[in-house]
Design a protein around this ligand. Structure first.
Ligand SMILES: Cc1cc2nc3c(=O)[nH]c(=O)nc-3n(C[C@H](O)[C@H](O)[C@H](O)COP(=O)(O)O)c2cc1C
Length: 212
């Protein structure tokens, strides 16, 4: 498969607080995704973007804040997403919802998977709450996902999985499923109008080009 046809996978760190666990998880999963070999992998850390809570008004042509535009370009290059979400008060963090709500076309007809983490529930409720959002675009949420209960026991102090081989199975399952959806949905959204979906993409195919 030529490099440009290789689907792009965006791994999004959903928490933005200092001392968060998200980047540790992202480092592990990005390495698994690279090793899987099906994707160009981009780790997107929402903490690097100042996304206003206040969204735009009703003018569809209003300029986007610089960080919103920068993040949008990166998202638009993705053919698949993995959202890393902690559980905050039984749901996902507001930082993730803000990032979702700033965009529309960037999510359209992409597969979305999840890695959740928390205490005994492993953040399952955060994933269930996220799942109900994505039909709006529409985007496909995957059957498979990863949930890390008591995540502080799953990774050691150096940020490595205690059981690397044991975690590889779930990672591979998620990546296999995304690799099934991503090329198919990419072709579908670029060649076949989706019924009833009438929107102007903020970012164009040119924005999708990865800078040299
Ligand atoms: C505001 C807040 C609410 C939380 N609520 C829960 C919760 O409902 N259930 C749970 O198991 N852990 C909860 N936690 C613990 C988080 O799962 C834990 O702090 C985790 O490290 C957060 O992810 P992060 O480090 O990437 O921000 C909460 C943490 C915060 C900061």
């Amino acid at each position: 498969m030529p490099a440009t046809k290789t689907p792009a996978l965006a791994v999004i760190i959903g928490s933005i607080r200092p001392d968060r666990f998200g980047p540790t998880l992202a480092r592990w999963f990005a390495a698994e995704a690279e090793a899987h070999g099906s994707f160009r992998v981009d780790v997107i850390d929402l903490a690097e973007y100042q996304l206003p809570m206040e969204l735009t008004g009703n003018d569809p042509h209003a300029a986007l804040p610089d960080d919103v535009a920068a993040l949008g370009k990166r998202l638009s290059r993705a053919d698949a997403f993995v959202l890393l979400t902690p559980v905050y008060n039984r749901s996902y963090p507001a930082s993730l919802k803000t990032a979702i709500d700033w965009f529309y076309g960037e999510w359209v007809l992409r597969p979305v998977s999840f890695i959740s983490y928390g205490g005994v529930t492993g953040g399952l409720t955060a994933v269930e709450h996220l799942r109900v959002i994505f039909p709006e675009f529409p985007a496909i949420t995957t059957k498979n996902f990863i949930s890390l209960a008591n995540f502080w026991k799953v990774f050691d102090h150096d940020g490595r999985p205690v059981d690397t081989a044991g975690l590889r199975g779930p990672a591979t399952t998620v990546l296999d499923e995304l690799a099934w959806w991503a090329p198919m949905l990419r072709e579908a959204r670029t060649t076949r109008p989706y019924p009833g979906l009438d929107f102007e993409p903020t970012f164009t195919e040119k924005d999708r080009e990865v800078p040299a």
